[in-house]
Write a protein that binds this ligand. Structure first.
Ligand SMILES: Cc1ncc(COP(=O)(O)O)c(C=O)c1O
Length: 201
């Protein structure tokens, strides 16, 4: 409380001055104070050549982060891996990203192409590991295995609807795998189809 009392006048003064000048600019428009703040953030973070995107809050930021990652990687339906026991916000996509028992029934993670993996929680490590470092390594190896499994799923699922076999992918037991297409092996066309689909993983 003490700190907010001493710092508040400067903050309140700046808020008042800005509100008197211009109190709202939609995200689609540029604004000078926003540009200045972006510049400051880039300088402080040392993110040379970076760009800043302002969001409304945490859930919004996470949704945009996923969107940007999918856009940049050219994988519009790319899978996102997050931790069990995590909180990413209260919007539907953020609930799907969250590994949170309180909201897991409200958003089907697999429908949002989200997989949850156990965290390297050394106090009660979910992997058989002797110490903290081993727990961290085991968690990282698990993520690597999940990524490999997803690549396999993408190859197996070419052009198929979501139906059929149960998944063998660690952490996505509720996700129903596409049935294996009849002509998945052999042939140049099949190879190109596989590559095309893998790009959309
Ligand atoms: C790690 C993390 N991500 C996301 C959020 C969601 O932020 P917001 O409530 O601003 O949407 C929170 C909020 O506590 C958070 O702690």
């Amino acid at each position: 409380m003490q700190q907010s009392r001493t710092s508040a006048p400067a903050v309140v003064g700046a808020l008042r001055a800005q509100a008197e000048r211009l109190c709202f600019v939609t995200n689609a428009w540029g604004a000078e104070p926003r540009a200045r703040l972006a510049q400051l953030l880039l300088e402080k973070s040392g993110f040379e050549g970076g760009r800043v995107f302002f969001t409304l809050g945490g859930a919004d930021a996470n949704e945009h982060a996923v969107k940007f990652a999918r856009q940049v990687s050219g994988k519009p339906h790319g899978w996102v891996i997050t931790r069990e026991r995590s909180y990413h916000g209260a919007s539907y996509a953020a609930m799907a990203l969250s590994g949170d028992a309180r909201t897991s029934a409200q958003a089907d993670a697999a429908a949002y192409r989200v997989l949850h993996v156990p965290p390297p929680y050394a106090y009660r490590c979910p992997f058989p590991a002797g110490d903290d470092a081993a727990c961290g390594r085991a968690a990282a190896e698990h993520i690597a295995a999940v990524i490999d499994s997803l690549a396999t799923v993408a190859l197996r699922g070419m052009g198929q609807e979501l139906a059929g076999e149960e998944s063998s992918v660690a952490g996505m037991q509720r996700y129903r795998l596409p049935a294996r297409p009849p002509a998945v092996d052999g042939g140049v066309a099949a190879h190109h189809r596989r590559q095309r689909h893998a790009r959309h993983l």
